[in-house]
Design a protein. Structure first.
Length: 630
């Protein structure tokens, strides 16, 4: 038995009908030939902000061509020229057979193309010769797209044949998106020019939204203006009026492309360019009657099915979104998602996360815009069984390798703007291409994970702020706030148990002179050494703090008078040791006052601190006024 062939497919916008049709053909051929397809799919070009597209298109970087035998590129669906170039460069460097669709820009790749030109020319001639159109305008696709360029060229060529001048303001460029049709219609209405006799559109999505905008302004189609599209999508066929458009053999193109790359892998010779024919579909949006239109009963059945599916999808999405809003950890989020994966009708689903995706923010941290070297799969849903998969190399892509052939997997990005979080793998199911829910589910999962990451970062920041609030950054011990918070709790505990409390107040002698004669850096050093001495003198369960400036404090619960004497003795001894060890041209000296007291109903923590402070000053007064030696 020959080894199973592994094919990579890179595409954007798998929820569009063109992509759907081509992918259907690819998967049919792959399954027939027992080949595996790994489809890396993005939903780019939806919003104008480039950051979102960076996060989406990052999925293409996941495709490790070293693990594949052949490559299928739907470059005509990717509008970003930089991303397209990066994909082409990597595909060339792989040395694998590559098949593209409707794209002659890369002569070293094999090309399966549908003749856009002839059908567009025939359609434009129809509106001119049959309907007498003389003023024509055009909604174009992106200039970077070869199909868009071919269709626009065909439009201009036919207009030229009939002596119709097409000025630049009659061409409205878009990105093949629905919103482009609305914007073009708005410009036409606002231009003040007479309405065109016909508006030719480079695809159905733009044509249908343009019709909607014209209708909203009371402009009747086709009575006042002809509108045509290209692709013969479901919505175009079921629109009223049905759209005059172009039918393309999309599934056949996908099948032919997959068949070609499989033959190339086996060493067979194939035609470098294989061309399929498209044909105009004449319908009512140009004023003609289409006898082949779907009958009302069939239309009602399909419409009911769509509405019913949409309601189910919306209900599912709302429930998923509501439950994910409560998740506060990766584990909680994965548990919620696992409960919904059965409704997505896939054989297997994996969520793969970048190791460290939830790391808390650190100063100087770079935004994660690519995949980490290691991934982990916190959720693998396999025919209803749920499990976890630990760390694996990102180059492996799928944590669960395929067994046998005929498997179709979709790799879909999880990200928040540019920040890469991970990816979702759906295997052997129609959910990624047939449900309009797919992209929304991915965005909801991504947003939930980003909220968790931010919550973790927020909690970490709160802990850090609290640490800064209670700790002295110079000496590394409690500050006044930290001491009061901790000592107050210990003081109340001692009172309830009837224990004595030790309070020792310490003031450094001569800090100003150290600062003045040796600099503040030496003053800080002296304070740090004094703090370390105080820490060494504390017993287990005692606490100490820098109370302010050059003042320090110790509290010891459950203490005795002997403890006070031992502390004073240890402090003097350790301070002498530290001075000998550091051998500075000055001595670190300090005055200490210690009290041990019962804490019945009269004494308070602050009254004991005051007593210790007074004892400390009595000691300080007995000392000489200068504590610096040369």
């Amino acid at each position: 038995m020959s080894p199973v062939k592994e094919l990579a497919l890179l595409v954007a916008g798998i929820d569009e009908e063109y992509q759907n049709g081509v992918i259907d053909g690819i998967t049919a051929c792959a399954r027939k030939n027992n080949a595996n397809i790994s489809c890396f799919a993005a939903f780019g070009g939806i919003i104008s902000r480039r950051g979102y597209d960076v996060g989406e298109y990052n999925i293409f970087n996941l495709a490790n061509f070293d693990r594949f035998d052949g490559i299928l590129l739907m470059l005509n669906t990717i509008s970003d020229p930089e991303q397209k170039k990066a994909i082409v460069d990597r595909a060339r460097a792989s040395g694998l057979p590559v098949v593209v669709f409707d794209c002659a820009d890369y002569p070293d790749f094999y090309n399966v193309t549908i003749d856009n030109t002839s059908a567009m020319e025939e359609l434009v001639r129809h509106v001119i010769t049959v309907h007498g159109a003389r003023r024509l305008e055009y909604i174009a696709g992106p200039d970077s797209n070869p199909e868009a360029r071919d269709r626009l060229t065909a439009f201009k060529r036919v207009c030229g044949e009939f002596g119709i001048t097409v000025t630049d303001d009659c061409i409205h460029y878009g990105e093949f998106r629905s919103i482009d049709g609305i914007r073009a219609a708005e410009r036409i209405i606002a231009s003040g020019r007479p309405l065109p006799d016909a508006l030719i559109c480079a695809n159905d999505a733009m044509a249908l939204t343009a019709i909607g905008e014209f209708t909203r302004h009371g402009i009747k189609i086709p009575e006042e203006m002809i509108v045509t599209g290209f692709d013969n999508t479901y919505n175009a066929r079921h629109h009223f009026p049905p759209l005059t458009t172009v039918e393309r053999p999309l599934s056949q193109a996908g099948y032919k492309a997959c068949e070609t790359v499989l033959a190339l892998i086996d060493g067979a010779e194939c035609e470098h360019t294989q061309r399929l024919d498209a044909s105009p579909v004449i319908a009512e949006s140009c004023g003609c009657y289409n006898e082949s239109a779907e009958d009302p009963i069939t239309y009602k059945k399909s419409t009911y099915r769509l509405i019913n599916d949409a309601r189910s999808d919306i209900n599912l999405l709302n429930r998923l979104n509501s439950e994910l809003a409560e998740a506060e950890s990766e584990t909680e989020s994965m548990s919620i998602i696992a409960d919904f994966l059965g409704d997505m009708d896939c054989e297997q689903c994996c969520i793969c996360m970048c190791d460290g995706w939830d790391n808390t923010w650190q100063e100087g941290e770079e935004l994660i815009t690519g995949y980490a070297e290691k991934m982990h799969a916190p959720l693998i849903w396999d025919k209803g069984e749920v499990r976890y998969f630990g760390s694996f190399d990102t180059s492996q892509m799928n944590p669960v390798p395929h067994e046998g052939g005929g498997n179709i997997s979709f790799f879909l990005p999880l990200h928040f703007r540019e920040r890469c979080l991970g990816y979702f793998v759906a295997t052997n199911g129609d959910f990624p291409t047939k449900s309009m829910l797919c992209h929304s589910v991915l965005m909801n999962i991504s947003n939930s994970l980003e909220n968790i990451r931010k919550l973790i970062s927020l909690n970490s920041a709160i802990k850090e702020l609290d640490r800064l609030y209670v700790n002295d950054p110079l000496c590394g011990i409690y500050n006044r706030n930290g001491f009061i918070r901790t000592a107050d709790a210990k003081f109340r505990a001692c009172r309830s148990r009837g224990e004595k409390v030790l309070i020792s107040f310490i003031d450094m002698d001569g800090l100003k002179r150290v600062n003045d004669e040796f600099g503040h850096k030496e003053g800080d050093f002296a304070l740090q050494r004094l703090a370390s001495t105080i820490v060494d003198c504390c017993r287990e369960g005692w606490i100490c703090a820098r109370f302010g400036g050059d003042e320090f404090i110790i509290m010891g619960p459950n203490a005795s008078d002997e403890d006070a004497a031992a502390l004073d003795e240890a402090f003097v001894k350790r301070l002498a040791q530290i001075n000998k060890l550091i051998a500075k041209p000055y001595e670190i000296q300090a005055s200490i006052g210690t009290v041990v007291s019962d804490i019945g109903g009269v004494e308070t923590l602050f009254s004991l601190i005051t007593k210790a402070d007074e004892l400390m000053y009595e000691q300080k007064k007995k000392k000489p006024s200068r504590y610096i030696r040369r």
